[in-house]
Design a protein around this ligand. Structure first.
Ligand code: PDD
Length: 288
């Protein structure tokens, strides 16, 4: 089946899905994105992802390219044309194309570039791999000061993940100059500390406020599980009882090793697996 990509109002075969050579997303990383899970023919946490997309655009003063109802249609049509039942849908909005110029304040006539891509995933295979747990590598956080905006400036994340791959780890956990974990290269970071408390870093400009993180906090409230929002060091994470990452594509994924240190007894933690299995009881699931 030929994959179809939505670009600026058109559904195009994958090989023809192109944007302008002077698109600011390409030249300046001047673009934001979202990734939503598609599960069992439903769009997961669409409202929160769209809220965050609008916030990212607002922070960068990129005009809203379309209304929510239009986004909803584009995502569903892209998912339908690619026959995705389980997988993800990716949205990207750049400020648009114009002759290269650092300044944007007088670019009042710019039309944002909009791209939507849907992709299938083998859920059974991902599930089997996830519950075994992953290793992560601790890597210095080299990103900028506005990690709360979900921009496409992903080179530091790519480099960190490549460093993780060198030691057979699936994700990088980034740490700041004081040794505190900020987040994963493409996920949020959590531990169950040595006192048994669930801990994650508070949302700030240093991390992305993950939608999966926010929905997981709803699950914790529902189940009366206490959460402590505080920073933790790499050393503390290595001595933790449990560790896991969250993202729209990895969901709640157990971390069983950080660098050379096994977490707990080296197997996924009980609380982690419980949170993974109950996550979709609280997440929003919208029909396609
Ligand atoms: N990444 N932190 C970073 C830096 C991320 O890139 C992501 C998501 C998250 C988790 O956010 P959410 O729970 O909303 O997916 C945290 C996506 C999945 C990606 O880049 O593919």
């Amino acid at each position: 089946m030929t994959r179809t990509v939505y670009v600026n109002g058109q559904y195009l075969p994958w090989g023809q899905a192109a944007v302008h050579a002077e698109d600011r997303g390409f030249q300046f990383g001047d673009a934001v994105y979202e990734v939503c899970e598609v599960r069992d023919g439903h769009l997961i946490d669409e409202t929160r992802h769209m809220d965050r997309l609008e916030r990212s655009l607002g922070e960068l003063k990129i005009p809203l390219p379309m209304a929510r109802t239009a986004w909803a249609r584009v995502m569903r049509e892209t998912i339908r044309r690619n026959r995705v039942r389980d997988g993800s849908v990716y949205l990207q909005v750049s400020r648009g194309a114009r002759p290269r110029d650092f300044l944007i304040s007088d670019a009042v006539d710019m039309v944002p570039t909009v791209v939507c891509v849907a992709r299938s995933a083998n859920r059974a295979k991902l599930e089997a791999a996830a519950i075994v747990g992953i290793g992560v590598r601790s890597v210095p956080d080299m990103r900028w000061g506005r990690c709360d905006i979900k921009t496409v400036m992903l080179l530091p994340a790519t480099m960190a993940k490549e460093q993780a791959k060198e030691i057979g780890a699936k994700e990088a956990w980034l740490f700041d100059e004081k040794g505190f974990v900020t987040e994963g290269a493409s996920s949020n970071a959590w531990i169950v500390d040595s006192a048994g408390k669930l801990v994650t870093r508070p949302a700030s400009t240093e991390i992305l406020r993950g939608v999966t993180r926010t929905t997981l906090i709803d699950l914790l409230k529902r189940d009366g599980i206490e959460l402590v929002e505080r920073a933790f060091t790499v050393a503390e994470a290595k001595a933790a009882r449990e560790a896991f990452t969250t993202s729209a594509t990895a969901l709640v994924t157990p971390v069983v090793r950080i660098d050379d240190s096994a977490i707990g007894n080296g197997a996924p933690g009980m609380l982690t697996l419980k949170l993974r299995s109950h996550f979709h009881e609280v997440a929003e699931a919208a029909a396609l």
